[in-house]
Design a protein around this ligand. Structure first.
Ligand code: CTP
Ligand code: MG
Length: 422
């Protein structure tokens, strides 16, 4: 497998896993306790790796760095992208500190200087699905400084002093905080530098520094494994005993009769030759080849994939999400479209299973670059993309070389089903 260089990600995810797990009371640090055949850390890595490509910093107890590296290698291998080697390069493991905040600080020291957004995630929230990461990421990209995933509080809550109930608390004013908590890098780093005292979460620290924190919906599966009962709950979810509320099916496209089944989508795109500059097709730059027309770079292969995925997730089509009224996509290349589509699909409650795309063109010749195209497209999507190419025997507009056509089929799986099956 190749380890071609990849674009430096805009986001880093710091996963804190250096706690001892006193309340769990197991004979290993909490992150290294098994839920099923796999540890809490390994399950947490699964969610993190399924999120958009990011630098990943794992913070573990000092004497567990080697063990964590092994877990990372296995999780990366399993993560079903066509780019395992390059993903591995995104992950580092560092030693944590005595408190959570010190562990976060140790993780931040390893964040690359050009990263713009930092998500801090508790490994103990091992079953957090990728769409929570996507929601936090989207809010940051929309310009928020600090983002907190929350769940409504369902219990009736009282303020107490010792045994005595002092007052009821209006639960509509309350929310339960989860992770990953997301921040603009400069905001988090500045707040950490001026923090006085220890905070149990990063949003509290950033708020103490005077920044507004906004909420996005969390997920029931993002509960924190703290006590033995929590560990049993996680085991039950993985066995499929008591599916969490959101396992009834994705929120928008839904599955019939409460049974979550994979969904398929189809997409087609055509562009004519005669654009400005060099050709971009299938996420690749083709110097010396005639460019295609289009609002963006005219990459018919990428656009067909986007349409197939949106259709599979029941999200409409490319014009709805990437129309000419969106200037940020003027001249944009495949990665911008695919990374955004990946977020949209995740937010709708689906994981991408795979995509198959066929390009019909007389030129360029794909034979030598087909595998490279698969790697680039898979990387941007975080799921395997197969690329095939054909000429059409001189017939039709693709045969005469007036333009190219691309046809894609995508399969998506309700995220809850994927979580339970694994
Ligand atoms: N954490 C950490 N470094 C610490 C303490 C906590 O990285 N010094 C991490 C934990 O590994 C966990 C997250 O912070 O993923 C939330 O902490 P918590 O659930 O309290 O875990 P522990 O501190 O390990 O558990 P306990 O408080 O029961 O000892
Ligand atoms: Mg703790």
């Amino acid at each position: 497998m190749s380890s071609a260089p990849i674009a430096r990600p805009r986001t880093a995810i710091v996963v804190v896993a250096a706690g001892s797990g006193t309340r769990l009371g197991a004979d290993a640090p909490k992150a290294f306790v098994g839920i099923d055949a796999h540890t809490i850390l390994r399950h947490a890595l699964r969610g993190v790796l399924a999120a958009s490509p990011a630098q990943i910093v794992i913070v573990v107890p000092g004497d567990r760095v080697g063990d964590a590296r092994t877990e990372v290698d296995e999780a990366v291998t399993e993560s079903a992208t066509a780019d395992g080697a390059s993903r591995r390069d995104l992950v580092s493991v560092v030693a944590g500190g005595d408190t959570r905040q010190q562990s976060v600080a140790a993780g931040l020291d390893a964040v690359w200087p050009d990263v713009e957004f930092v998500l801090v995630h508790d490994a103990a929230r091992a079953l957090t699905p990728p769409e929570v990461f996507a929601r936090v990421q989207s809010a940051l990209e929309a310009g928020r400084d600090a983002v907190l995933p929350v769940l409504p509080v369902v219990d009736t809550v009282k303020r107490v002093a010792g045994e005595e109930v002092i007052a009821p608390v209006d639960r509509s004013e309350l929310a339960a905080a989860q992770t990953p908590q997301g921040f603009r890098r400069d905001v988090l780093f500045a707040a950490m530098a001026e923090a006085d005292g220890d905070h149990t979460d990063d949003a509290a620290l950033v708020q103490a520094a005077g920044h507004a924190v906004v909420t996005v919906p969390g997920d029931e599966r993002g509960f924190k494994i703290t006590t033995p009962a929590d560990l049993e709950r996680a085991r039950g979810i993985l066995r499929g005993d008591h599916a969490p509320a959101s396992a009834a099916g994705p929120r928008r496209a839904g599955a019939s009769a409460g049974v979550a089944v994979p969904r398929v989508g189809i997409g087609t795109d055509v562009h004519a030759f005669g654009g400005e500059g060099d050709l971009w097709l299938a996420g690749l730059h083709w110097p010396g080849e005639t460019a295609l027309h289009g609002h963006s770079d005219g990459d018919a292969v990428a656009h067909a994939i986007v349409d197939a995925l949106l259709a599979a997730a029941g999200l409409g089509d490319i014009g709805l999400h990437f129309g000419t009224d969106q200037p940020q996509y003027a001249g944009a290349h495949a990665a911008a479209f695919l990374e955004r589509t990946r977020v949209l699909v995740a937010e709708a409650g689906f994981a991408i299973s795979n995509v198959s795309v066929q390009v019909q063109a007389r030129r360029p010749r794909f034979a030598d670059r087909r595998v490279e195209a698969e790697r680039v497209l898979s990387q941007a999507l975080g799921a395997p993309v197969s690329v095939s190419a054909t000429t059409t025997d001189g017939l039709g507009f693709t045969g005469t070389g007036e333009g190219v056509a691309a046809f894609a089929v995508a399969v998506v799986i309700p995220a809850a089903v994927r979580g339970r099956a694994s």
